[in-house]
Design a protein around this ligand. Structure first.
Ligand SMILES: [Fe+2]
Length: 331
């Protein structure tokens, strides 16, 4: 079956220095409706991947110029190519190759001599996983685009989300949070205000003071943001940061009025990073505060609005020059 019009055939890159092997594998894959590219050694393989990334690579280990393990390591260490599934094809007895292949990040190992039925099944399933991952990435990118669209409404908050991410990750690392948390802080920094897409412009962009009723609208944005991101299970870990980034440690924040450590630490960090950037950013009607002034302001409300220990930590980082505060300018 051809599949829907517009859905291209998956492309497999076969890499082997044995022309006979390339012939056999190439023919089998073409018969199974794959598009096929061939490479005779590791360097040629890397070049072909650069020119047109395939959907899967069948990779021999022992080859001239660059071996399969090195090719695998190179591709798995680069963001743009690490999602391409790699199947290492090796002799049954080469246990060492097998171990090195796994360590290099190969997605599967196929032993020679192999059965074509098995090869076909593995290729099919890995290509399917890759397509699903790509769709997931596409959906996440749509959310980032949405967050950027919110930011673009207010020209003076340009790059705000990136700076919030950067400050939050730096602070998170400083207090010893692990990679899962810093990832949540990074993505949370980008998406924390995505719910503002649901707030009418005349309220969101109003220059003067907001009425109580208007402020009620603004207060809905963490919940709207959480609702937008919740269907995407790959973003579950970011939801607490989005929902609780306007909570206050004295319990007078929104939307849930959580207190102190009831507020997840990633949300306490995002709140500080968000406020710090808002205070230091220049506006058309006023210059931003200096970082030092902003920290003083944060300290004034530490223990009420913001977590005292985290504010002190941020101050220490600033004093020691550990906080990257570039690009706080209006374009
Ligand atoms: Fe917000």
């Amino acid at each position: 079956m051809n599949g829907p019009a517009g859905m291209r055939r998956p492309k497999v890159l076969v890499v082997d220095d044995d022309p006979g092997m390339l012939d056999v594998l190439g023919q089998f894959l073409r018969e199974n409706r794959y598009e096929v590219e061939l490479a005779h050694d590791g360097l040629e393989a890397l070049q072909k991947v650069r020119e047109a990334p395939p959907d899967l690579i069948l990779l021999d280990v022992v080859m001239p110029r660059m071996d399969g393990i090195e090719v695998c390591q190179t591709l798995k260490s680069q963001k743009s190519t690490r999602l391409i599934p790699i199947v290492i094809v090796t002799g049954l007895t080469d246990l060492e190759d097998k171990v090195r292949g796994i360590e290099a990040g190969a997605d599967d190992i196929l032993h020679k001599p192999f059965h074509f039925v098995e090869l076909g099944a593995r290729v099919r399933s890995l290509v399917k996983v890759k397509r699903l991952n790509e769709r997931l990435e596409d959906v996440e990118n749509v959310l980032f685009a949405l967050a950027n669209a919110v930011e673009a409404k207010d020209a003076y908050t340009e790059e705000h989300t990136e700076r919030v991410s950067r400050y939050a990750v730096a602070l998170g690392r400083k207090v010893g949070l692990d990679r899962d948390y810093t990832e949540a802080l990074c993505v949370g920094g980008m998406l924390h205000d995505v719910g503002k897409i649901g707030i009418p412009d005349h309220i969101l962009l109003k220059p003067g003071k907001l009425s109580d009723k208007e402020f009620e609208h603004i207060k809905a944005h963490p919940i709207i943001g959480e609702r937008i991101c919740r269907p995407l299970r790959s973003l579950t870990y970011v939801l607490p940061g989005i929902r609780y980034h306007h909570e206050r440690v004295d319990g007078r924040g929104y939307p849930d009025g959580l207190r102190g450590e009831e507020i997840p630490i990633e949300a306490r960090i995002l709140a500080i990073a968000d406020a710090f950037d808002a205070m230091t950013a220049d506006r058309p009607y006023r210059r931003g505060m200096s970082p030092k002034e902003a920290i003083e302001e944060l300290r004034r409300y530490a223990g009420k609005q913001w977590d005292r220990d985290l504010v002190e930590e941020l101050m220490g980082m600033l004093e020691r020059g550990e906080l990257d505060i570039r690009s706080r300018r209006i374009k």
